[in-house]
Each structure stands twice: as structure tokens, then as C-alpha cells.
Design a protein around this ligand. Structure first.
Ligand SMILES: Cc1ncc(COP(=O)(O)O)c(C=O)c1O
Length: 357
């Protein structure tokens, strides 16, 4: 069986060495030594001034919305994982979808201004598959209209934009360290906020609103990462260059050997790099996508339809049309891509797809 992804697992003795530290200290959570060490090492690795580890990549989006969205309208992309839209609904805000650019697959910045009303408080955009949004344009619109910008950067570990980590952009950026991500802590995530005052508020929000042990600065939630998750992250971090190099090799091999007659992929944003997190193909028609999926499944190859449905078609969203996102969602498949994918398995994927045309 060839799945779309397999989690990278560090050498077990590296992980158990970290676990021994947990056993020694008998502290499992509440920002123990390992979480603090992971935050420090991640800031070094990614060259960031701020980063807060969290228990997944969804709650930091909710925290960012709690801080900035004020129950208002949030301009967002229909082409992302369900967590992006669900977080808006969960925070009792209203998602206002803006269709995506047909080449980059990120929110179409030229359509944002038409969607702004006096109830708009935020833009929540996804750097989908690690491909940067048009950050300058979004920033300009946000400034002119007094809006906050939140980036769902769940897929962006290791992506730089204009020479610095993409996590540095927007009022808040969030990341997922879910087991399917290139860097993971089994479950986990991070929130990056470079505004000092706001980052203090974020800190309180992620820890029940605590201000010291007995006082509360306001409402909060539990978004803390556990020591066991931090141990996983610390065990994987030293292997990141190996992981990215391995994935690059696989991506280069797909790029070189796939016959792009009946499918294509997104255009990488200028001044940015790929972290090789996904290998999405959009087929020329829905029928080609169905045929490809069928043929691949016959050979026990299981690509995934990331991202389907287009989020404007979620059952709790009204009837809105987003033609570009809907069309891409109907025709997309993400191919197997993981560090241990063998060349033999990759050749099987490639031959199956090339025989479609
Ligand atoms: C774009 C996007 N946003 C948010 C999330 C949520 O992250 P998590 O699963 O860590 O909560 C994901 C997870 O896959 C995602 O792909």
C-alpha cells in the first residue's frame, strides 16, 4: 500500500532519551523544560523572535480570531483544510469567501476589496501547500481598511518569503505540527505574533487566561503543548535537513518524469521557496481525476483529494459560488510524498499517471 503520506519517526532511542527527562522530572505539561527547549530551538532554526508552541494547529487560529475578529466578518479562502473555515464559525464570526487565484491557488487579492463591509474585522488567508499568498497586496488592503491579517501557515514549516520566515508576516501566523506535516509533534502547532503587547495577550489566551497562579486577565482556553509532544519535536528537529532533502529528491523526480499532458500544478510564488510539503496535481477534467484515482487505487496507491470540498460547500455554509476553488477542488489529487517513499513505488505512481494520456 502506498499512502499519500507517512509520518517521519525519529530513531526511537533519541525519543526515549527525551522521555527519560520527562520521567526524571515527572512533569508532563504546563510549559515544562521540553516545551521551552523546543520553542527556543524552533526560534533558532526558523530565525524567529517569537513562537508559542500549541497543542494543534487549529486552536491558534481560534485564538487569533478571538483576539482580532470580534465576532465580525472574516474574509477568507475557500481552498484550504476545513479547520480554516471551522475556526471562523467556532468563534461565532462570519466567513466571507473570496475566490482563489487560478495559478497560485491562494486567495485572489484583487477580489478582496469588493468583499469588505463595515462589519469586516480580519482577513484569514492560507498559504496553501506552503505557497505564499500575495502578502504585499494583502498587507496594503489591510492597512487601508484597518483590518487585521491572520495567516493560516499550517503547511509552511521552513518556507521563507523575501529572505525571512513566512511566519513573520501578518498580525499572527499559525502552523500545524500534526503527524502528517513535514515537521511534527504527533499533534501540535504554533502561533507566531511579533507584536509584543499582543503576544502577551496570546500567551494568556493559550493558558486559560491565567495571570500568575491565582489571577486571570480574561477568558482563555487550553492550547498548551504537552512534554511528550515536545519530545517528539525535539527528536525530529535535527533531521529536518535530511527530511527536506529527501522530499526534494522525490519532488524533482516527479517533476522530471511525469508527463504533464493531462494535469498541472500550482505556480510557486515569487521570492519564496518550496518546503516540498505536498505534491498536488490538478487534472484537466474531473473525469481524468476520477480515472487517475481509480487506476492508482487499483495498484494500492492512495492519493488524497486535498482539498475537497471547496469550503463554501461545507454543510454549515450558505449557498455561495466560488468557481475557481470549486473547479480546482473537483480536479485535484495530492500524490504520495514522504521521506521513505521508494523510487520503485514512485515509478509505479508515475507510470500509472503517464498511461492516462
Ligand atoms: C490549512 C490547514 N489549516 C489548519 C490545519 C489544522 O491543523 P491541526 O490538524 O494541527 O489542528 C490544517 C491541518 O491539517 C491545515 O491543513
Amino acid at each position: 500500500m502506498i499512502p499519500v503520506t507517512k509520518s517521519f519517526l525519529p530513531p526511537i532511542d533519541v525519543y526515549t532519551d527525551y522521555l527519560k527527562k520527562v520521567w526524571d522530572k515527572k512533569i508532563m505539561t504546563n510549559r515544562g523544560d521540553l516545551v521551552l527547549e523546543l520553542e527556543s530551538k524552533l526560534k533558532d532554526y526558523l530565525n524567529l523572535n517569537h513562537l508559542l508552541c500549541t497543542n494543534n494547529g487549529t486552536i491558534p487560529i481560534q485564538i487569533a480570531l478571538k483576539l482580532f475578529a470580534n465576532g465580525g466578518e472574516v474574509i477568507t479562502t475557500p481552498f484550504s483544510y476545513v479547520a480554516t473555515t471551522a475556526a471562523i464559525e467556532w468563534e461565532k464570526c462570519t466567513p466571507v469567501f473570496v475566490d482563489i487565484n487560478p495559478d497560485y491557488w491562494t486567495i485572489d487579492e484583487t477580489k478582496i476589496e469588493d468583499a469588505i463591509t463595515d462589519k469586516t474585522t480580519c482577513i484569514l488567508a492560507t498559504h496553501v501547500f506552503g505557497n505564499a499568498c500575495n502578502i504585499e497586496a494583502i498587507n496594503k488592503i489591510a492597512k487601508q481598511n484597518n483590518l487585521r491579517v491572520i495567516y493560516d501557515a499550517a503547511h509552511c514549516f521552513g518556507v521563507d518569503y523575501n529572505g525571512q520566515s513566512i511566519f513573520n508576516y501578518g498580525d499572527i501566523s499559525t502552523c500545524s505540527f500534526h503527524a502528517t506535516k513535514i515537521f511534527h509533534t504527533a499533534e501540535g502547532g504554533a502561533l507566531i505574533c511579533n507584536d509584543k503587547d499582543k503576544s502577551e495577550e496570546v500567551f494568556a489566551l493559550h493558558n486559560f487566561g491565567h495571570k500568575g497562579k491565582l489571577e486571570y486577565s480574561g477568558l482563555g482556553i487550553n492550547a498548551k503543548m504537552s512534554e511528550l509532544s515536545a519530545a517528539m519535536g525535539l527528536s525530529i528537529l535535527p533531521d529536518m535537513s535530511l527530511i527536506i532533502k529527501g522530499r526534494k529528491k522525490i519532488v524533482d523526480y516527479y517533476n522530471k518524469n511525469l508527463n504533464f499532458a493531462c494535469f498541472n500544478t500550482f505556480k510557486l510564488r515569487e521570492n519564496s521557496n518550496s518546503n516540498y510539503s505536498y505534491y498536488p496535481l490538478v487534472f484537466n477534467s474531473k473525469e481524468y481525476r476520477e480515472k487517475a484515482e481509480y487506476q492508482l487505487n487499483l495498484k494500492q496507491i492512495f492519493p488524497r483529494r486535498y482539498f475537497f470540498p471547496s469550503l463554501n460547500h461545507l454543510p454549515y455554509i450558505g449557498d455561495i459560488s466560488m468557481p475557481v476553488s470549486e473547479s480546482i477542488s473537483e480536479r485535484i489529487l495530492c500524490l504520495p510524498l514522504y521521506h521513505s517513499l521508494s523510487e520503485q513505488d514512485q515509478v509505479l505512481v508515475i507510470n500509472t499517471l503517464n498511461s492516462l494520456s
